[in-house]
Write a protein that binds this ligand. Sequence first.
Ligand code: B12
Length: 212
Amino acid sequence: MATIEALRTLVSETKPEEAAEMTAELLAAGLDPMEILEAGVMDGLSDVGDRFAAKKAIVLDLVRAGVTAKACIPLIQDAFPEGEGQQYDKKIVLGTMLSQHNIGKNLVSTLLSIGGFEVIDIGEKNSPFDFYETAEKSGADLIAVSVVFAPAMEKFTELIDLLKELKVRDKYPVIVGGAVTSKAWAEKEGADGWGEQAKDGVLLARDLLGIA
Ligand code: B12
């Protein structure tokens, strides 16, 4: 029987075809797409990550986990409710630093777009300067960073320092999220906001950009 728990098991066992099939069944049964994403796909990914950390899985398992997530997530995204049609004249530069993990970033991007923001997605493995340069060239209102891999935490600090050095720190509110981050860490590094979930990015952006 299709259940969110069973989907979590399929993602954890890295079975892309079966996981995608079950995702479609759960959506067709009317379950909440966000619940399917969080309790099915993301918790399944965390299981693989935990096994990897405990040396019970190898990099190939992470690769397969990524493939499995990417087989399910587009189906879930298609089922997200449409935005209420409001479009804000606000641009957000979004990317990852160092890391090639892009599943979380892509979710943040989708939700920000649905939420009415213009997202300038600069992809993966960006340097602090890439964020600054894109923000300046595009006239961005906010910078959003996805940090999923511990070595990228240092790069985030470098981004904050660079913005200060170039005297544009006040011009760009900076928000951050990602599996290896925490609210306490983000506050310590001087971020303007931290989000545990992709949907928090929308709330933070609204708040920081003064959208009621
Ligand atoms: C799949 C995966 C991979 C895939 C990624 C495929 C892809 N295209 O993304 C591949 C195979 C590439 C990979 C590689 C590696 N990985 Co990997 N990977 C994972 C795994 C299992 C899932 C990651 C994921 O997509 N999660 C789901 C997404 C949706 O979650 P998320 O990114 O955290 O995003 C959510 C929130 O955090 C938030 N969010 C994210 N960003 C932002 C930004 C903002 C602004 C906001 C508001 C919110 C927000 O919203 C999202 C949804 O709600 C994790 C385990 C885990 N627990 O996460 C390990 C994990 C991240 N990987 C890890 C490691 C070690 C590696 C490798 C170094 C392994 C190796 N030895 O080669 C390499 C690094 C390569 C590199 N340079 O980037 C470690 C990192 C540990 C650490 N402390 O740094 C983890 C945690 C596994 C572990 N427990 O050890 N990996």
